[in-house]
Design a protein around this ligand. Structure first.
Ligand SMILES: CCCCCCCC/C=C\C/C=C/C(=O)SCCNC(=O)CCNC(=O)[C@H](O)C(C)(C)COP(=O)(O)OP(=O)(O)OC[C@H]1O[C@@H](n2cnc3c(N)ncnc32)[C@H](O)[C@@H]1OP(=O)(O)O
Length: 719
């Protein structure tokens, strides 16, 4: 809806009304058309101001309408009518002007913004482009290079940057609507021809071809297969080379392709999934809207290795007082320096003062006595963590929430070491902890709703995307990674190379294939875990055949590399070779290829031709199958949780939505059929055996992913 009133005698004031962000739903679009007509037809009205209710201008097109039978007036003619008006129209921008919201403002003759407003054309993040004239008006207003930057990245800018670029005409720190009304009165009656952006020529840029070629190359590299950023460049190119109306035709044509694409569906799903994970719930009935978090003013971090340092930085940057504890004096001194450096660099980037005084250091665990919440980040060793939790339980004040940053150990067992197991949860950060957006918040059967809510709220305060997950080995992300890695090893045994496997995954859209990623993280990390699990043992030590462990097919390839001291990038050798220890440029290693040949010969394995499709199916479907098991076990509330974890923590290409969304796009029947096929070929690999939930979903008619929660509930109630 849009409301109309008259203010200051001669200004028509139009207020967009669609909480919470005044998205341009059919009703709002109709409201704008009607109220603009009314204002223009009212002889008393000399100028018009458009604003949004509740201090929010407009969050753009209504994303919930996409994929429905969209009715109501179209944005393009609506904005044209505003631009063509014979009375000045001023946009009063408070809060946000995003997507269609900014396009609406660009159709107005003037823009007045509040100093705290944020503006942008984020359509590319939804798999779209600004198709209400944004790709044609913005370059005409601010020039091609700046428009390309904003449109292809979808980044939000501050009012100050908008003023500097020329996107807005005035910025105010006070009442934006009053300022806009005053502005409107000051320009009433003045000629408007020079204010219609669509009539501007695109500012000249030297060597346009070279500019577009360079930008296209960069965009292709970072897009990892996403099509929207490329279409954005093409649309801006049309603005720079064609008359306005032809440019608009090109914009429409490109949007038509994007609008119905699977990538747009995936990215829009991801937008809503990110919001859905914030509405967490646990099987015990705890929920986001009924659980009250404890206030956290002082947080402590125990253990200042790489993870602990990053966590301390993230906490300090979120404005908390941090007590950083490291018992080893030398490590403590090094950590102090490292944390200060990270805080200084982060502050410089964000243009704020570094929060150095927020962090205090100690080598004594008793220093955490006053903390409201403690995050243990010591070495990944259960015995050590147990000791720390017993100590924390003794020294912390009553009510302190105790968290462990384990990446997969049993949170319930750690809770049992304390006097108040209900106050214990996992907070699984991803390295580097002050940069990576994902946080898995792990609840055990005894964790109180308040403890879960406190960790979730703290994650939000640190700017993380927090996902509540149940307690199981590896939680969600690492549990699903296990079958994925296992398939990659088996493929090497059967004839693939690390280069082939990585190529398949990188072409799919991962920033790095599994072997390059393992080299980066360090092969010794997994080796240590496998040793602790009794898997990586010297050949023959258990009396079992070398490729069988605990009754199942096992590949010792990773262990054999570690035995050779090949730990990945840090040692200059792993699945690839690097120019030096710590080098980052991977190149194919002839040693590795002859090692694989020798290994196959030793085990009587005959290399066969493996194609990219098999690599994808084996690795991805094994991972997805584990996702179904996680859903079946009730470790997460819905597929959105898994998808967000994979997009934000494991490099799953966002334009593919996440593994569970991807499965639903491929078709559950197809995933089931291919898993059955691969399991038949490899009956000794349990991870390829289709999970019963997948079978049941297929039997229920393969519902789309947004209906799985409801189907899961129904299936569970039938058990
Ligand atoms: C054949 C061709 C056919 C073509 C026809 C196409 C017509 C389109 C023409 C032109 C192109 C224009 C496209 C667009 O404008 S796309 C939308 C662009 N806008 C955005 O991407 C903004 C998305 N929103 C955000 O980034 C954030 O929500 C925020 C910054 C606005 C606010 O953040 P925050 O305060 O953190 O709140 P939430 O994110 O939690 O959001 C609150 C609530 O609001 C919902 N919501 C937000 N934006 C929209 C929207 N644009 N449409 C619908 N709903 C929106 C959000 O989902 C939350 O809802 P809740 O979870 O139910 O509470």
């Amino acid at each position: 809806m849009a409301q109309y009133s008259r203010v200051s005698g001669s200004v028509g004031l139009i207020t967009l009304q669609n909480p919470p962000v005044n998205a341009l739903s059919a009703a709002v679009r109709q409201g704008i058309v009607d109220t603009v007509k009314r204002a223009l037809g009212d002889p008393e009205v000399k100028a018009v101001v458009i604003r949004g209710q509740n201090g929010v201008f407009c969050g753009g097109a209504d994303i919930k309408e996409f994929g429905t039978n969209m009715s109501g007036p179209h944005l393009v003619p609506m904005i044209h009518a505003i631009e063509a008006a014979n009375k000045p129209v001023v946009a009063a921008i408070e809060g946000i002007a995003l997507g269609g919201g900014l396009e609406l403002a660009l159709g107005c003759h003037y823009r007045v913004a509040h100093s705290k407003a944020r503006l942008g054309l984020p359509e590319v993040t939804l798999g779209l482009l600004p198709a209400a004239g944004g790709t044609q008006r913005l370059p005409r207003l601010i020039g091609v290079p700046a428009a390309l930057d904003l449109i292809t990245k979808g980044r939000h800018i501050t009012a100050a940057e908008a003023l500097q670029l020329g996107v807005v005409d005035q910025v105010t720190g006070h009442g934006t609507v009053d300022a806009a009304v005053k502005f409107a009165l000051s320009v009433a009656g003045k000629p408007l021809d020079a204010r219609r952006i669509s009539t501007y020529p695109c500012p000249r840029t030297s060597d346009l071809d070279a500019l577009f070629e360079g930008v296209m190359q960069k965009v292709r590299q970072s897009a990892r297969g996403a099509i929207a950023p490329i279409a954005c460049v093409q649309a801006v190119r049309a603005a720079a080379t064609l008359p306005y109306l032809q440019g608009m035709e090109r914009e429409k044509e490109l949007m038509a392709t994007l609008f119905t694409s699977g990538q747009a569906r995936a990215l829009q799903y991801s937008f809503f999934a990110q919001r859905a994970v914030g509405r967490w719930s646990t099987p015990s009935g705890a929920r986001w809207d009924t659980s009250k978090p404890r206030p956290v003013h002082i947080a402590a971090v125990i253990g200042l290795g790489t993870m602990g340092r990053g966590i301390a930085v993230a906490l300090a940057q979120a404005g908390l007082s941090v007590i950083a504890v490291e018992t080893q004096e030398k490590q403590l001194m090094e950590a102090k320096q490292a944390v200060s450096g990270m805080l200084e660099r982060g502050a410089k980037r964000r243009g704020v003062a570094p929060a150095l005084d927020k962090v205090s250091y100690s080598h004594d665990i008793k220093a955490v006595a006053d903390a409201d919440l403690v995050i243990e980040a010591v070495f990944e060793d259960m015995a050590l963590k147990r000791t720390v939790f017993r100590q924390l339980s003794a020294v912390c004040k009553p009510g302190t929430v105790l968290c462990t940053n384990t990446s997969g150990l049993d949170v319930e067992h750690l809770a049992s070491q304390t006097r108040n197991p209900q106050l214990v949860v996992g907070m699984h950060f991803f390295a580097p902890a002050h940069v990576m957006k994902l946080l898995e918040v792990v609840y055990g059967p005894q964790s109180s709703p308040q403890a879960v809510a406190t960790a979730m709220q703290l994650g939000k305060k640190m700017g993380k995307v927090s996902v509540a997950v149940g307690n199981c080995r590896g939680f969600v992300g690492n549990r699903m990674l296990k079958p994925y890695l296992e398939q990659a090893f088996f493929l090497l045994e059967e004839g693939a190379t690390p280069e082939l496997v990585d190529r398949a995954l990188e072409e799919f859209g991962f920033p790095m294939g599994v072997f390059k990623m393992s080299d980066l993280s360090g092969l010794d990390v997994g080796w240590r875990v496998r040793k602790a699990d009794g898997l990586a043992e010297p050949v023959g030590a258990s009396g079992q055949p070398a490729r069988i462990r605990q009754g199942q097919r096992y590949s010792p390839l990773g262990d054999l590399l570690c035995e050779q001291g090949r730990f990945g990038q840090k040692t200059g050798r792993g699945w690839y070779q690097y120019d030096k220890s710590g080098g980052q440029v991977a190149s194919s290693d002839p040693w590795l290829h002859s090692f694989l040949e020798g290994y196959r010969a030793m085990h009587g394995l005959v290399a066969r031709r493996i194609d990219l499709q098999e690599v994808l199916e084996r690795c991805l479907y094994a991972l997805i199958n584990e996702g179904f098991r996680i859903l079946e076990d009730g470790i997460v509330a819905g597929p959105e949780d898994i998808d967000i974890i994979y997009v934000f923590g494991y490099g799953w290409p966002r334009h593919r939505g996440g593994p569970m969304f991807y499965a639903s796009m491929v078709g559950l029947e197809r995933v089931l059929e291919r898993l059955e096929h691969h399991h038949k070929a490899h009956p000794d690999v349990p991870h390829l055996q289709p999970c019963s939930l997948l079978r049941r979903l297929v039997s229920s008619g393969s519902p789309p992913v947004h209906r799985w929660r409801e189907v899961l509930k129904k299936l569970n109630s039938q058990l």
